[in-house]
Design a protein around this ligand. Sequence first.
Ligand SMILES: NC(=O)c1ccc[n+]([C@@H]2O[C@H](COP(=O)([O-])OP(=O)(O)OC[C@H]3O[C@@H](n4cnc5c(N)ncnc54)[C@H](OP(=O)(O)O)[C@@H]3O)[C@@H](O)[C@H]2O)c1
Length: 241
Amino acid sequence: MDLGLKNIHVLVTGASGGIGLETVKLYLSLGANVTAHYNSNSKPIQTLQSMFDALSETPFGPVAVIVVNHGIWPSQDVPIVDMTIEQWDHTISANLTSSFLVCREFLRHMRAAKESVKDRAAIVLIGSTAGKYGEANHGDYATSKSAMMYGLTTTLKSEIVKIAPRGRVNCIAPGWVPTPMVQEALNDPAVSGPVLAATPLKKFATPLDVANQIAVLSSSVVSGHVTGQVVFVEGGCVGDL
Ligand SMILES: NC(=O)c1ccc[n+]([C@@H]2O[C@H](COP(=O)([O-])OP(=O)(O)OC[C@H]3O[C@@H](n4cnc5c(N)ncnc54)[C@H](OP(=O)(O)O)[C@@H]3O)[C@@H](O)[C@H]2O)c1
C-alpha cells in the first residue's frame, strides 16, 4: 500500500532514541524527506522554537508532518507525596511544554505554506499508556502524557483546520517498548512480570510496531479522515496488576 509519503518533509523529534530512530528509518524507506531532531542538552526548548525557521530554508521546503516523539521518563521511583516541585516542573517542561512549543511553531509556519503542503499537514504526538492508566511512582510522567493525549491532541485537531482545512492531529500511546529509556527497568522481573501478566499478547512492542502506526496515522492517503484520536500500541494491556 502506498502511504503517499514520498517527498513529504517530515520532522521527527527525539530521533536519536529507540522509537524515534526506527521512525526515521521507516519514513526514509517510504521515500519521505526527513529532518531528525536530537537533544543538544543545552536549552532544548529554545532550540525547538527556532528550528522551523531553519527548516523552511532547506531544500526540503516547509515541514508538512511532525512527529512529536521526544521525551523523558525519570526512572527513579518517586510517589507524588515525596516528589519535589523541581522534578515535577522538569518533566512537565521536557514532555509537555516543549511539545506545545513544537506544535505552535509548526502551526505558525503552516500559515504561510502552500496549499499542497497544507493538504498533507499532520501532527502525530507520542503519548503513553501511563497517560490512560496512570503510573504509580511516575505521576509526573503520567500527567504529562495524559495532558498531551486528552487535552493537547483533542484541542489541536479543532484548531489546525483553521489553518490547514485538511490538517489532522493524532496521538500514538505505546505501552512498554524496550528502548534506552526503559530497558533497565524492564530488566527487573518485578517490573516486566506484572506488565506482561496484564498484556494479552504477552510481549512488549518493538520500536517498529510503534513506528508503523506513526507512519499510517501521518498519511493523508490512508488516514485522511482520522483526527483527534489516541491509538494504543499496547498489546491489549489492561493497566497495572
Ligand atoms: N519506551 C517506552 O516504553 C515508551 C512507552 C510509552 C511512551 N514512550 C514515549 O515514546 C517517546 C520516545 O521514547 P523512547 O523510548 O524512544 O526514548 P529514548 O530512547 O530515551 O529517546 C528519547 C528521545 O528524546 C530526546 N530527549 C530527551 N530529553 C529531551 C529534551 N529535554 N528535549 C528534547 N529532546 C529530548 C532524546 O534525545 P538525546 O538522546 O539526543 O538526548 C531522544 O532522542 C517518548 O515520548 C516516550 O515518552 C516510550
